[in-house]
Design a protein. Sequence first.
Length: 102
Amino acid sequence: MEEKDFRRFEELVSRKMGKFRGEIGADFRHQLGIHREDFRHKLDLVVEGQQMLAEKLDRVEDNLKGEMHKVDQRVTAMSADLAEHRHDTEAHRKGRRVSEGE
């Protein structure tokens, strides 16, 4: 094989490899795009789940605040009733009986 044939062969292989690398690069970019979209979709699902969880926690918190307010009102009413009972035990004989042990 002569030097010029060797150079021609090297040039031909170099051109084919460049084209082959371009095809591989295009396929790689295409696959990378598919994976990126899949990752974005999964990330969107995680974000949506977190938002739903936060909304549910807010609803539970609101319900608990309402229940705590009701309990606070009951305790306040019982406290007032107990204070009134201690102040005037004769007036409260008809209703509930509250003793120091209860």
